[in-house]
Design a protein around this ligand. Structure first.
Ligand SMILES: [Zn+2]
Length: 297
């Protein structure tokens, strides 16, 4: 896990990383978070002469931000962890904000990263899976039940591969970094080859790689056009491992999206700018937002 002390203007004052300890079970992860936060607070006291005035934390899975509860996270074995209360107790009663990892990263990309200045944006990280964060007027739309933005489970090929969610042909089974890795490993016969190797092979003109890449880009364009038809974002921010391919991804992706739209307005399609610090910075923004609301209330 990644953590940071963040200044009022979003500046990173101090960054740290620590293993989650998840091999020791769900409670160990919670304890790691609490201890990590307490250590960070102590670091602030020692090096900046004052301790943090609020805390933000972003976690995977299903999050009830209003109640401050991590409702469910399959990879951590969590159910109904009252993280906000636990952190508040460990940090001497300072206000604590809880957010969902992708939506929190999206908040940072939209406000201080690649979408800076855009009133409406969509952040789509292409990693192990595909998720999304819908940015509206400086905040992220979570939906009525905390599921908004799950673009990775838009069905783009009804007869496509089975997805862990129970549907078939979901976008993330075709265009995530993992999906490209699987397709390229099978196509080139090297079980160790991954999506980055595929991108390199595309750049050197390998026809098999170009085929794998085109399939992923086409699927991605179909999913993105569905999303932009619904949301009309000004900026579409693409992040995650697959976006590291740069123009090898963005040039054909922009063309594939443009080819498919008819009446819809084309958004700016740009790479994410904050990399893997987006979650940290976003958690910091959530904490500052919380203070701003408390002051105005
Ligand atoms: Zn799915």
């Amino acid at each position: 896990m990644k953590a940071a002390l963040v200044g009022t203007d979003g500046t990173l004052l101090h960054e740290a990383r620590r293993a989650t300890g998840r091999e020791r079970g769900p409670d160990a992860v919670v304890e790691t978070i609490l201890a990590f936060a307490a250590d960070l607070r102590a670091h602030g006291q020692e090096h900046f002469g004052e301790s943090a005035v609020a805390a933000g934390v972003a976690v995977p899975g299903i999050v009830d931000a209003g109640k401050g509860i991590a409702v469910y996270a399959a990879n951590l074995g969590w159910r109904d962890v009252p993280l906000r209360t636990l952190l508040g107790e460990r940090l001497g009663g300072i206000p604590v904000a809880l957010g969902h990892d992708v939506r929190t990263g999206g908040l940072a990309e939209g406000r201080i990263g690649a979408g800076r200045g855009a009133d409406r944006f969509l952040f789509v990280p292409l990693g192990t899976g595909i998720a999304g964060a819908i940015g509206i007027a400086g905040a992220i739309e979570a939906g009525a039940h905390g599921y908004a933005g799950e673009i990775g489970h838009i069905v783009v090929r009804p007869d496509g591969p089975d997805c862990g969610c129970g549907q078939r042909g979901c976008l993330e089974t075709l265009a995530s970094a993992s999906a490209v890795t699987r397709a390229w490993a099978a196509a080139c016969g090297d079980p160790g080859a991954d999506a980055a190797d595929c991108a390199k092979a595309v750049e050197s003109g390998d026809p098999a790689a170009i085929g794998v890449w085109r399939n992923a880009v086409d699927a991605l364009a179909v999913g993105l056009v569905t999303a932009l038809t619904l949301l009309d974002p000004r900026t579409l921010i693409i992040g995650g491992g697959l976006a590291e391919a740069g123009e090898t991804l963005f040039t054909p992706l922009r063309a594939a999206v443009e080819e498919r739209v008819t009446f819809q307005k084309l958004p700016h399609i740009v790479p994410a700018a904050l990399g893997d610090t987006a979650g940290c910075l976003g958690a910091g923004l959530l904490a500052w937002d919380l203070l701003a609301t408390e002051v105005s209330a």
